[in-house]
Design a protein around this ligand. Structure first.
Ligand code: AMP
Ligand code: GLY
Length: 421
């Protein structure tokens, strides 16, 4: 198969690494790709991932058999629809289906209509009405912009003042903040369950846990994710069954009842509240950095599974998993998720790999023969080991050999799980 991967982050590097192991793979391209993805695929940097027409032309020209879309923006932008219209197979949901991430209101209303467990909510397009409602409610309370806001459109307000200010802050998200959702606060532990689906059959992946806050102890600002591990013991067999029966299956069925066939990866961001999983959010794609710990534990051929999702032929498939654990620590630029410096030289990647780490590039670039930082999240260092504890010990030994100025990372990735074990 000739494959085209869209994207450039750590998630896409992990996808490229896993796809490249498939015996089915023939030619492999990535748009735009990254210094990490270059090891597996020919990277084409002069086509924008927002330019649907140019992407379709490229796929035709290169006889691509499967397009794999990494990030949410091209999915919400209808890339899958234009590829499908040209009979090019693609792993990822259509524009209508991607609303499950692209519009919080769409997702919340779907869940309410079909009794899928989530926080109670109200929708407002008038800030004063939202504020009046909030004054009648208890804190903490959660304020969300409707549209995509690069992971920043959610404010968990601890006090009434914070909540009222949050309503005003929604204006800073442009069109995404024209409508807002005010939501009940759910008190529990978060976990991510991703699933592959062809719109009928659902294959949940092993559960992972992300670490969204910038600083140790879940302090500081929300980020794209500072590290992850899998499997996440909080999602035990009983909770995993509830997630499948009460959340994943009903959601795919609800979309179908609304006339939408969802194909690709459905990401359920969950809050486990007193042993009951509830949906915090859905994403229409793989998680980042969850992918960097889930795929290294997958023994099955991911490319084959993605092809089955795209073709609607997942029904008799299974996924086999290694018994190991995986941990990924994100190395970020100092200052992230606020402003940070770029173009700082990175040392030690080769050394970390020689110690057994998978090093996924999230925001790097090559200049001459030097590797430089070029994003907020720079690298993801993943270790696979027989136990979570061994994986954690080893991952931090590998992190220790990597250096760039102002490098920042969390020291407590997977600490919660180790307390539970
Ligand atoms: P989201 O972008 O919807 O995943 O929200 C970002 C983060 O805000 C989540 O990972 C949670 O930590 C937190 N959050 C969102 N909604 C709620 C809620 N209803 N209750 C508690 N925390 C929430
Ligand atoms: N790790 C959070 C996300 O991918 O949205």
């Amino acid at each position: 198969m000739n494959v085209l991967l869209i994207g450039s982050g750590g998630r896409e590097h992990a996808l490229a690494w896993k796809i490249s192991q498939s015996p089915r793979l023939e030619k492999f391209f990535a748009i735009p790709g990254s210094p990490g993805i270059k090891n597996f695929a020919e990277c084409v940097e002069n086509i924008s991932i927002e330019d649907n027409a140019a992407l379709v032309n490229f796929a035709k020209e290169k006889n691509i058999n499967l397009v794999v879309v990494g990030p949410e923006a091209p999915l919400v932008n209808g890339l899958v629809d234009v590829l499908n219209a040209q009979n090019i197979k693609v792993f990822g949901p259509t524009k209508d289906a991607a609303q499950i991430e692209g519009s919080k209101i769409f997702a919340k209303r779907l869940m309410k209509k079909y009794n899928i467990p989530t926080a109670d909510f109200e929708v407002f397009d008038n800030p004063d009405a939202a504020k009046n409602y909030i004054r009648k409610k208890n804190t903490p309370i959660v304020i969300k912009a409707d549209g995509l806001a690069a992971g920043k459109g959610v404010i968990v307000a601890q006090t009434l003042d914070e909540a009222l200010n949050a309503v005003d802050d929604m204006k800073t998200f442009g069109a995404a903040g024209n409508k807002i959702v005010v939501e009940e606060f759910m008190d529990g532990e978060e976990a991510s369950v991703l699933a592959l689906t062809d719109g009928e059959k659902i294959l949940p992946l092993i559960a992972a846990q992300d670490h969204k806050r910038a600083l140790d102890g879940d302090k500081g600002l929300n980020t794209g994710g500072m590290g992850a591990y899998a499997p996440a013991p909080i999602v035990n067999a009983e909770i995993a069954a509830l997630v499948e029966e009460k959340i994943l299956k009903p959601t795919i069925a609800a979309l179908k009842a609304e006339g939408i066939i969802y194909r690709g990866c459905l990401y359920a961001g969950l809050m486990i509240v007193n042993g009951e999983p509830k949906v915090v959010e859905f994403n229409c794609r793989f998680g980042d950095p969850e992918t960097q710990v889930v795929l290294p534990l997958m023994e099955s051929d991911l490319l084959e599974l993605m092809d089955n999702c795209a073709a609607g032929t997942l029904s008799d498939k299974k996924i086999s998993w290694s018994k190991n654990s995986a941990v990924c620590v994100i190395l970020a630029s100092g200052g992230y998720p606020k402003s940070y410096k770029k173009n700082l030289p990175i040392d030690g990647v080769t050394k970390a790999k020689s110690l057994g780490a998978l090093v996924f590039h999230a925001g790097t670039k090559i200049s001459g023969d030097e590797l430089l930082t070029s994003g907020g999240r720079v690298l993801g260092v993943t270790i696979i080991a027989p136990t979570l504890r061994e994986a954690v010990d080893k991952v931090y030994r590998c992190v220790d050999v990597i250096h760039f100025d102002d490098m920042h990372y969390r020291h407590d990735i997977a600490a919660k799980a180790m307390r539970n074990i």
